[in-house]
Design a protein around this ligand. Sequence first.
Ligand SMILES: CC(C)(COP(=O)(O)OP(=O)(O)OC[C@H]1O[C@@H](n2cnc3c(N)ncnc32)[C@H](O)[C@@H]1OP(=O)(O)O)[C@@H](O)C(=O)NCCC(=O)NCCS
Length: 483
Amino acid sequence: MKAVGSASTRGVSRRIKGVLAGGVGGGRVGLGRLPLLVREYSNGEKSLKERFAEVFPSKAEEIKQFKKQHGKVAIGQVLLEQAYGGMRGIPGIVWEGSVLDPHEGIRFRGRTIAEIQQELPKAADGQEPLPEALFWLLLTGEVPTETQAKALSADLMSRSELPEHVIRLLDGLPKDLHPMAQFSIAVTALESESKFAKAYAQGVAKKDYWNYTFEDSLDLLGKLPVIASKIYRNVFKDGKIGAVDPNADYGKNLGHLLGFQNKEFVDLMRLYLSVHSDHEGGNVSAHTTHLVGSALSSPYLSFAAGMNGLAGPLHGRANQEVLEWLFKLREEVKGDYSKETIEAYLWNTLKSGRVIPGYGHAVLRKTDPRYTAQREFALRHFPDYDLFKLVSAVYEVAPGVLQQHGKTKNPWPNVDSHSGVLLQYYGLTEGSFYTVLFGVSRAFGVLPQLIIDRAVGTAIERPKSFSTEKFKELVAKITATSS
Ligand SMILES: CC(C)(COP(=O)(O)OP(=O)(O)OC[C@H]1O[C@@H](n2cnc3c(N)ncnc32)[C@H](O)[C@@H]1OP(=O)(O)O)[C@@H](O)C(=O)NCCC(=O)NCCS
């Protein structure tokens, strides 16, 4: 039986020549000599792996020297309330791809969302950045050329085939099992394909860990559109998906596999995958992937763990919650989007002890630029869509209500406040699937860090915990010495 998502790789092999030195192909692994896997492109430009191999030794040396020179500098102070408050604000994770400023929002390798929209290569038929180009940027700090981005698209799509046991597993899952649980199960089952796990079992040297982590990460990225689409088609449609197009970019393949041919929807996929990818390292999905990866679990197991965190309603699942909340609001107000009516609905939600989904953020203290990028997309493509008007009406009122309510540190909308509306417009209406799309996107942000972690030899995570009793003793000791 032919595996789902199997690409006709003829187009790919024309572009990628002399594939892998040492006999490890894009499919099954034979790790006889543990070779350095290098893909060369016939266009003469360097591949992502070659560029990373050139860039990271000096970065690793820079980190080594930095630690040596300044390792004893105190970079912060920890308050007891932070230990009880989800470790908010404690600087304790190294994350190279992006940094989040509370007021300015995210910067990917120093670039704002508006800048990546301008600078990154785009598909010939689109206006939005290619997420595979963002992956390149996050991993190396460099913007790829159009040719390099295109070659990376082809490389990823050549890795899209799913093993039969994963297809059977997905086909056998109950339709009412949440799509995120299905997503996590499928990614975990891909552990059977892990080149890192096999190389590790054969005693590969630490300096080569990154090489197999890189291969697993690209294999996983290539398979995610097929997994996501298989789940979507199994749960909500006829269970059938088309074939991967080896000559199309990642966003187009994802859109088409899901069953959407609309060009604007495809461009939305590119934007969606780019803006949801990375939001520095402390959020639940990024931190979990990083934490589990620090135990040298494979990219499959590390990413699946991160996805279990993304499935939580306070994190990625908020995009589903937003939509459910908006639908109830629409039903209740019956076309009356006046300030007073929406304000009353917001207060009802708050008074019933619930949060306003899509508002607030652990770090941000202004409107999330990811929200703004999606709002601008809606303004460009469907300014008169009723649900978009409702989202805009809530945006006018909610920050004021939340400020008056007085609890939330950030009364402004976050990314999840807008994403569902865009998908609704193009007919992807099944809200319980939305977090899976977020998950596909998150892979573009967390996998580069996993590769970097292996390249620089990041330590296993092991922060210190105390019981409340021990914290009391600690506090008593500190207050006694300071008084
Ligand atoms: C994102 C979120 C989890 C951040 O949590 P946080 O860092 O603890 O946020 P804050 O420090 O501002 O929380 C302080 C208080 O305000 C409340 N609060 C925060 N956001 C709120 C919101 N959108 N509506 C109502 N209350 C909110 C918190 O529940 C908390 O109340 P408590 O003291 O009774 O526990 C939180 O804002 C939230 O639950 N938002 C709604 C869900 C959402 O949109 N998640 C997606 C995030 S990208």
